[in-house]
Design a protein. Sequence first.
Length: 402
Amino acid sequence: MSDTDVAASPSGGMDHHVSVDPAIVTEPRPAADGGPDMVQLLTPEGERVHHTEYDAIIDALSHDELRAFYRDLVLIRRVDQEATALQRQGELGLWASLLGQEAAQIGCGRAMRTQDHAFPGYREHGIAWTRGLDPMRLIAMYRGVDKGAWDPAEFGFHGYTIVIGNQSLIGTGYAMGIQRDGAVGTGDDQRDAAVIACMGDGATAQGDNNEAFVFAGVYNSPVVFFCQNNQWAISEPNARQTRAPIYKRADGFGFPGIRVDGNDVLASYAVTKTMLDRARSGDGPSLVEAYTYRMAAHTTSDDPTKYRVSAEVEIWKLRDPIARYKRWLMSEGIADHDYFEAIDREADELGEHVRTATVSMPDPDVGDIFDQVYVEPHQQVADDKATFTAYLESFEGQEVQA
Ligand SMILES: Cc1ncc(C[n+]2csc(CCOP(=O)(O)OP(=O)(O)O)c2C)c(N)n1
Ligand SMILES: [Mg+2]
């Protein structure tokens, strides 16, 4: 396979490990660059692309706000890198990296208002960051010392969930509730609310997701389905999830779908903001397909070299979300060398904090997992706790192998 083949195919033509009907893999696939329908406001080289619908949204941002996007991108990438390293050192049970998807998530998260609610999967560290959730809460969960039970109402950011596709249904249900509470289309900026339901490209193949689209469409619910199409669902490429571009799926459900360059923080922000404004004002749901790439493994338990070629990853490196944004900020004179240095220093400090705070997290009392099952006492759970406690005590005085 030549480099050209790889460039033309988001799957990278990686079919040699899995036997697949050739009729499926030779079907036309979306262009690896997202195609002409994709909204892009910043090229991979950092040049602004003008767009009649979205320019005004970007022009309305102050230089402080534009610089803050950069800070978000760099700091959440650093958290992600540290968490990946900590997992490799045995300090976390698992980590799901967002590497490459920072712009999609920061653009989306910064388009939300305080009263909006996001329903994340397991990789939405960037959206969590924009909602003010301390990344250590995420890390504690992946270390297995915390159940991830932050207060969704406090952050407008619900619990991490690994069940694929559930966010669409739960988010739609929540959006229907917001509608019935009369918090849509009142014209009050402090009150009108909307939901971001996160999903991946793989989630589009779930029945739950399609059922959510039916409900959202029929009830005109204030929900934006934010699909991060990172080209892969573990080892399954887009070509085995869908034969049509994801954003076009919305047509069949009667609401708008739009593909945006998910490696372009400006475009991701402008498009998601437009769709959230629309939802809050009572104009109903939409599907935003943020076209991006998962640069790292699916999770730290996965080895992507088994199913995709490195040439594909190299192509996407050239589309890096942070490099292009930095180039643009510099060329516009919005940020200078001193600013970037200060952000790098802040990232170093944050990295150090992540490392020291992780290794000094206290182990939870193992009994907690039983105590928090029911509000009222429960005999079966009490018996289970006693059995488990006795089992642990049976090791006392023995040397435990790490
Ligand atoms: C209902 C369900 N089926 C299968 C799985 C196993 N699983 C975990 S992640 C994943 C792939 C999801 O891919 P995608 O939606 O593209 O999200 P990404 O991981 O790429 O962000 C699968 C199949 C699951 N967690 N839930
Ligand atoms: Mg995916």
